[in-house]
Design a protein. Structure first.
Length: 90
């Protein structure tokens, strides 16, 4: 693995990267838990490749969100973030 100091990443930037990664993972996990087939109302299980694709998409959108807004740190900000992600999925 490449040393992050090679890229002159500050501790603050590294913390923000970790926040974005954790936020995207939490959002992905939550959305995967909520996937339900509208016809049968049964939980939908995705294969690992689809889960990875969903995480990559949400990570990309989380980075986009972080560029345009501040990272969510309270309920209202988090709701706005989730709304942004769901709108992006549609």
């Amino acid at each position: 693995m490449t040393n992050v100091n090679q890229f002159n990443i500050t501790d603050e930037e590294l913390r923000e990267i970790e926040q974005i990664k954790e936020l995207a993972q939490d959002c992905t996990t939550h959305l995967l838990e909520c996937l339900v087939d509208p016809d049968t109302e049964e939980k939908v299980e995705l294969n690992e490749e689809d889960k990875k694709d969903m995480y990559k998409f949400i990570l990309d959108k989380t980075m986009e969100y972080a560029e345009e807004n501040k990272l969510p740190d309270d309920g209202d900000d988090f709701d706005k973030y989730i709304e942004f992600i769901i709108d992006s999925l549609q």
